[in-house]
Design a protein around this ligand. Structure first.
Ligand SMILES: Nc1ncnc2c1ncn2[C@@H]1O[C@H](COP(=O)(O)OP(=O)(O)OP(=O)(O)O)[C@@H](O)[C@H]1O
Length: 296
């Protein structure tokens, strides 16, 4: 199968007053059409820099991509100009960020923000854009969508705001959603609802999702494939079963062992009973894959 997204040998440096920081080194990562891949690792491991590179959002300041290609549908995104990247962002790759409050503009209604994104990417009249905006809100199961179109971000709960962010990301039916810690800012019950929504979207629309997370609860709940990062490098790649049940790399084993008991309990409470077994490393509810691919 041709990968939807293929990152090849990506290296990113930051040139700071204190010297050069090798934030991402020789990273290879693929997302196949329709799959949900988790990119997991501790803070500072290079997850966000990798995902910002995909979106062309590293900024022109101190960051430098020193090697690699980022192929999306076969095209190298690193060769695209700003205009080309604006078409990709929102049009073909939707972004769901951690903080819905900062992702939304406080001075515009939800409807206006959705309509703006749709009209930016699609050559449609205002009425068609409004209909598409409403469809997007219904897709993310925001209750009372017609009334919510006129609401401002501060009038919604945290979970509702994150649904709106997902609606905006999906409004143009992108092939890939890039979700950077999509549930970190939410409480456990709402986290589960948002993760279930991402699963529904994946199943119903076939949208591939790359989830950046430090949380194995998120991985266990939604990811079919997992890539583990440490110090800017990929240390292990495998199916969810490989990584959760049979981690090969000592770093992944350590991360799994370090998931505190209390934290596990919170995560267990946040996911359906049928999936809780994942945390007990049982075999029957998860796909059996080959051995994971481990780097030194
Ligand atoms: N603007 C910047 N200037 C200098 N160094 C940076 C900058 N942004 C990131 N880095 C460095 O790049 C490395 C990777 O950071 P990155 O934000 O990708 O990690 P992360 O795994 O996403 O962690 P977190 O979950 O905390 O965001 C870290 O060493 C970080 O300090």
């Amino acid at each position: 199968m041709t990968a939807l997204l293929r990152i090849e040998d990506l290296s990113v440096d930051f040139h700071t007053d204190g010297g050069v920081v090798h934030a991402v080194e020789n990273v290879d990562l693929s997302v196949e059409p329709g799959e949900i891949r988790g990119l997991v690792g501790e803070s500072g491991s290079g997850k966000s820099v990798t995902s910002l590179s995909v979106l062309g959002l590293l900024g022109s300041g101190r960051a430098r991509i020193s090697s690699g290609r980022i192929l999306f549908r076969g095209e190298n995104l690193l060769e695209k100009d700003q205009r080309g990247m604006r078409k990709i962002r929102g049009g073909h790759i939707g972004l769901v960020s951690q903080n819905a409050l900062s992702a939304l503009d406080p001075s515009f209604t939800i409807g206006a923000q959705l309509v703006e994104v749709i009209r930016l990417h699609q050559n449609v009249d205002a009425k068609t854009a409004r209909r598409a905006a409403l469809d997007a809100l219904e897709l993310v199961a925001l209750p009372d969508a017609v009334r919510r179109m006129k609401a401002y971000p501060h009038e919604l709960s945290g979970g509702q705001r994150q649904r709106v962010v997902i609606a905006i990301a999906l409004a143009c039916r992108p092939e890939l959603l890039l979700a950077d810690e999509p549930t970190t800012a939410l409480d456990a019950t709402v986290q589960k609802q948002i993760l279930d929504l991402l699963l529904d979207i994946n199943r119903e629309l076939g949208t591939a999702i790359l989830i950046v997370t430090h949380d194995f609860g998120v991985v266990a709940h939604v990811c079919s494939e997992v890539t583990v990062m440490r110090h800017g490098r990929i240390v292990e790649t495998g199916t969810r079963a490989d990584i959760l049940e049979r981690p090969q790399h000592p770093y992944t084993q350590g991360l799994m062992n370090a998931v505190p008991k209390l934290r596990l309990s919170a995560a267990e409470r946040a996911i359906p009973r049928s999936s809780r077994r994942l945390f007990e490393f049982s075999h029957d509810s998860i796909s059996e894959g080959g051995k994971s691919n481990v780097s030194a």
